[in-house]
Design a protein around this ligand. Structure first.
Ligand code: SAH
Length: 358
């Protein structure tokens, strides 16, 4: 034996996709992304310095704490209803939940904890962080008899997107095909004009639109639950407040951007979240969209600057680290502007802090 072993063709996802495309023709980008991410998340803990990417709750405890205070504040002003559910979608290492629940507990917020998590590997990490949580594969099994305070940080960006491209003959779905052994994009054969909003129908050739059926379905479900059960939701992710043309698909591995086709199932595939569409979906179900604001502005409205100062006073040795983390979370050229915080509130529930001018 010399060098590395060849990947097993039965379990190597690239080989599986190649076989499928050769046998049945190009597959949709949504299928490629969905299966790649399912494989990716089920087989590792990708979050943190030693992994592929770092998320806000892993940068500083302040992130989860301020989210916990936001939720507790809303719950208190709504009348401290009990029981109440803390529901988190894609909790990663469980750090956000742990920090949020610790901060909320100081104000009597002691919810039942329900995690929606597909990855067995991450469920195990989450159980260490938050013992006593209940796990679900999707929202459908989360209890229906209590208000929910729901959080989703960097969850929707991992759901599969579909891309539509304006080809010479009209709109087509962007498919993944093969050129030799390489994955390449190719326009599908089926006309897709009916799937495109009216105002985009006659866009110039080459225009690309990206939609996330998965994110839309989750927004629809969250809004329905809020309308029926009461509560509020915070959705945090990178994306823009308006629908814009172009692809935002990206792959990250070991903190570097890589080719999304290079190693399916071995890199994190994400796309920007279309907050405008999410807000419309929620409003159509009778839920209030309190606003979508930059993460930096929102954390500052919640008092992250004072919190960082207090933490630094208590632990002067870490003052520089605390300041660096604060800066990374709020600065415009860091996570402060690209990341957005959107809030939804059930009818009769109060507005949360940080959306006053949104
Ligand atoms: N919120 C965490 C982790 C973000 S990574 C943080 O901020 O650190 C995305 C998370 O969503 C992971 O926990 C991943 O396993 C989970 N996930 C991705 N796709 C999923 C799906 N379709 N269903 C359930 N969980 C999913």
């Amino acid at each position: 034996m010399n060098g590395e072993a060849e990947p097993d063709p039965d379990t190597n996802l690239g080989a599986v996709f190649r076989r499928l495309i050769r046998n049945t023709g190009p597959i949709s980008l949504a299928q490629f992304m969905g299966e790649s991410n399912a494989r990716y998340y089920s087989s590792r803990d990708p979050i943190g310095r030693g992994g592929d990417f770092v998320t806000a709750p892993e940068i500083s405890q302040m992130f989860g704490e301020l989210i916990g205070l936001w939720l507790a504040d809303v719950w208190i002003r709504a009348g401290r209803e009990e029981p109440v559910l803390y529901v988190e979608l894609g909790p990663g290492r469980g750090t956000l939940a742990k920090d949020a629940l610790r901060a909320g507990a100081r104000y009597g917020f002691a919810p039942e904890v329900h995690f929606v998590e597909a990855s067995q590997a991450l469920r195990e990490v989450q159980e260490q962080a938050v013992p006593g949580a209940t796990w679900h594969s999707d929202l459908s099994t989360v209890p229906q008899d209590a208000p929910l305070l729901l959080v989703a940080n960097e969850f929707l960006d991992a759901l599969p997107v579909r891309q539509l491209v304006r080809a010479a003959e009209g709109w087509r779905e962007r498919m993944v095909a093969l050129a030799g052994e390489e994955f390449v994009f190719a326009a599908g054969r089926q006309p897709m004009d009916a799937a495109v909003p009216d105002e985009w129908r006659d866009a110039p050739q080459g225009t690309l639109l990206e939609t996330s059926p998965g994110a839309a379905a989750v927004a629809y479900e969250i809004a329905g639950r809020l309308a029926d059960q009461g509560g509020a939701a915070l959705v945090i992710d990178y994306g823009s407040a308006e629908l814009r043309p172009g692809s935002t698909l990206q792959a990250v591995r070991a903190h570097e951007k890589v080719d999304p086709f290079a190693a399916p199932g071995e890199a994190d595939l994400t796309a920007h979240v279309d907050f405008a569409t999410l807000a419309k979906i929620a409003q159509a179900r009778g839920v209030r969209h309190l606003g979508t604001v930059g993460q930096g502005r929102w954390l500052q409205a919640l008092g992250i600057d004072a919190r960082a100062e207090a933490l630094a006073k208590r632990a002067p040795h870490y003052a520089q680290e605390i300041e660096a983390a604060r800066h990374r979370l709020v600065a415009d050229d860091q996570m402060g502007t690209l990341f957005k915080v959107a809030a939804l509130a059930a009818p009769g529930w109060p507005d949360g802090v940080g959306f006053e001018e949104a």
